[in-house]
Design a protein around this ligand. Structure first.
Ligand SMILES: Nc1nc2c(c(=O)[nH]1)N[C@H]1C(S)=C(S)[C@@H](COP(=O)(O)OP(=O)(O)OC[C@H]3O[C@@H](n4cnc5c(N)ncnc54)[C@H](O)[C@@H]3O)O[C@H]1N2
Ligand code: MOO
Length: 418
C-alpha cells in the first residue's frame, strides 16, 4: 500500500500513528443492512441518518416539584398566592387561573400563562393554604422549554454511530421502535502454534493454553462481531494455507495470532504473500511489534483482509486495541474513534526500549488530588496479569526514558471496549 508513510530508517518498523492511519484507510465498510427492533440493535452500527420525530421536550414543563406562577400576579399580591390547580406529570396542558399558583411536579406540563416555577423548598405554606415565595423569582426559572434540546426534523444520530445504551435511550425517547443497522461483521479467528492447546485439554511441559483465542472471542463479541473460530492450526505453511483459504470463504476479515514474527516457524507472512499480499509488517511499539496487515485473494479490493497479531498475549491485546480495532470499526461502517490520551505523571522511572513506542501497563493512584501512574506489574509481553490489573497505558515515545514526576500520555483502557 503506497501511503506516503515510511518505516523508521533505523528499525524498519512503521510508526504507530502511521500504522493506525493505514488501518483506517484500508477498512472499507461491508455492504448489507438489516432492520431491527430498537433493543435488538443495541451495540450495532447505524446505517441510516435518524431525525428527531418530536420536539424535545415536547411541551414546556417543570424541572422541579414546586409551584408554577405568573410573575405579574406575584408582584400584584406582594409575594404570596393561593393554590388553584394541581398538575401532576402526565396531565394535559392547562391554563393557569389568574391570581393563583399551580402545585406542579417535575416533568408536568407548564400551565399556559405561567412564567416561572419555584421549588417547594424555597416556599412556605401558611395556615390559610397560601404559598409564600422568595423575594426574587426570575422569569423562566425551572422551566424546560419545548424544543430546547431538539426540534422535530433535526439530526438525531448520524450513520456510523454505534448504538450505545445512551443512543438506544435517545431513540427510545423519540418513540422510535426500529432502526436500520449494518449487518454484523464476520471475523474468522485462527490461533497458530504447535504448542497451543485449548483450556480443558491436559497440560504437558511446553504446552501453552490458548489465551489469545479466549481473549479475542470476547473482544470480537464486545464489538458486535460474529466470530467464526477455526481453532488452533499447527505451524506448517500447508496447514496455515488451508486455514486461510477456509477462512476466506465466509469471512469479512481473517484475524490470526502467533507465527507473525521472523523465525522459520513463523509462517503467517510467507503464506500471506503466497495467497494474497502484504500491506505492512512490523510496527514500532512494545509490545505488539510483529503486527501484519494484508489480504487473501487476487487483489486488495477483491480479497479478504487479514490481520496477523503477535502470539505473545499482551502483544496480541495491544495490537488489537491500537490497530485491529480501528480497522474492525471501519469495516463495520463505524466512524473511527481517535485515540484518547491525556497527560498523567509517572510515579516511577524506567529505561526506554530502543526505537519503539512503549505501552506500559499502569494503574492510576490518586496522590494529593491528582492521578499518578504506577506499573501494574511485570511488563513482559507474555505477562497477562499486569494487563489485567491495568487501568490503561502510559505511552512513552521511542527512545525516551521515563522520569518519575514527569507527565506522559496516558491512554485509558476503557476506550477500547467502546
Ligand atoms: N528474532 C526475533 N524474534 C522475535 C522477534 C523479533 O523481532 N526477532 N519479535 C519478538 C516479539 S516482539 C514478539 S511479540 C514475538 C511474537 O512472535 P509471533 O507472533 O511469531 O508469535 P509466536 O512465536 O508464535 O509466539 C510467541 C509467544 O506467544 C505464545 N502464544 C502463541 N500463540 C498463543 C495463544 N494463542 N495463546 C497464548 N499464547 C500464545 C507462544 O507460545 C510464544 O510464547 O516474537 C518475538 N521473537
Ligand atoms: O512486540 Mo513483542 O510484544 O515486544 O514482545
Amino acid at each position: 500500500m503506497n501511503c506516503g508513510c515510511e518505516a523508521t530508517a533505523s528499525t524498519g518498523l512503521l510508526d504507530l500513528f502511521d500504522a493506525r492511519t493505514l488501518m483506517i484507510a484500508a477498512a472499507t465498510p461491508v455492504a448489507g443492512v438489516e432492520r431491527l427492533p430498537l433493543e435488538a440493535a443495541g451495540g450495532r452500527v447505524l446505517a441510516e441518518p435518524v431525525q428527531a420525530q418530536l420536539d424535545m421536550p415536547g411541551v414546556d414543563n417543570s424541572a422541579m416539584d414546586g409551584y408554577a406562577l405568573r410573575l405579574a400576579d406575584l408582584a400584584a399580591t406582594g409575594g404570596s398566592l393561593p393554590v388553584v390547580q394541581r398538575i401532576p406529570a402526565g396531565a394535559g396542558v392547562q391554563c393557569l387561573a389568574e391570581g393563583g399558583c399551580a402545585r406542579i411536579f417535575t416533568g408536568a406540563p407548564l400551565p399556559r400563562g405561567a412564567d416561572a416555577v419555584v421549588p417547594q423548598e424555597r416556599t412556605s405554606v401558611d395556615a390559610a393554604g397560601r404559598v409564600h415565595f422568595p423575594a426574587e423569582v426570575l422569569a423562566g426559572a425551572n422551566i424546560r422549554c419545548r424544543g430546547e434540546e431538539l426540534r422535530a426534523g433535526e439530526a438525531l444520530l448520524d450513520p456510523g454511530a454505534r448504538l450505545s445504551p445512551s443512543a438506544v435511550a435517545l431513540l427510545a425517547s423519540q418513540g422510535i421502535a426500529s432502526v436500520t443497522v449494518r449487518r454484523r461483521l464476520r471475523v474468522a479467528l485462527i490461533s497458530t502454534g504447535d504448542e497451543v492447546i485449548e483450556p480443558g485439554q491436559a497440560w504437558t511441559p511446553g504446552a501453552v493454553y490458548n489465551s489469545n483465542g479466549a481473549m479475542l472471542r470476547q473482544l470480537l463479541a464486545a464489538q458486535g462481531c460474529e466470530c467464526l473460530d477455526l481453532g488452533v492450526v499447527v505451524d506448517t505453511p500447508r496447514a496455515l494455507a488451508q486455514a486461510f483459504l477456509r477462512a476466506r470463504e465466509t469471512a469479512d476479515l481473517v484475524l490470526c495470532t502467533g507465527g507473525v514474527s521472523v523465525g522459520e516457524e513463523d509462517h503467517v507472512r510467507p503464506v500471506l504473500e503466497t495467497l494474497g499480499g502484504l500491506d505492512f509488517h512490523g510496527v514500532a511499539i512494545k509490545p505488539g511489534k510483529p503486527f501484519a496487515l494484508g489480504y487473501l485473494g487476487p487483489s486488495r479490493e477483491a480479497g479478504t483482509p487479514l490481520i496477523g497479531l503477535p502470539g505473545n498475549p499482551v502483544a496480541s491485546l495491544v495490537g488489537w486495541q491500537l490497530l485491529a480495532l480501528p480497522f474492525v470499526q471501519g469495516r463495520q461502517g463505524r466512524t473511527p474513534t481517535p485515540l484518547q490520551a491525556f497527560p498523567v505523571v509517572a510515579g516511577f522511572s524506567r529505561r526506554a526500549p530502543r526505537g519503539r513506542r512503549e505501552l506500559l501497563r499502569v494503574v492510576l493512584d490518586w496522590r494529593q488530588g491528582r492521578p499518578v501512574a504506577r506499573l501494574a506489574g511485570g511488563q513482559g509481553s507474555h505477562m497477562l496479569g499486569a494487563a489485567c490489573q491495568a487501568h490503561g497505558y502510559l505511552m512513552i515515545d521511542p527512545d525516551t526514558c521515563v522520569e518519575e514526576g514527569h507527565a506522559y500520555a496516558y491512554c485509558p483502557g476503557a476506550q477500547f471496549l467502546d
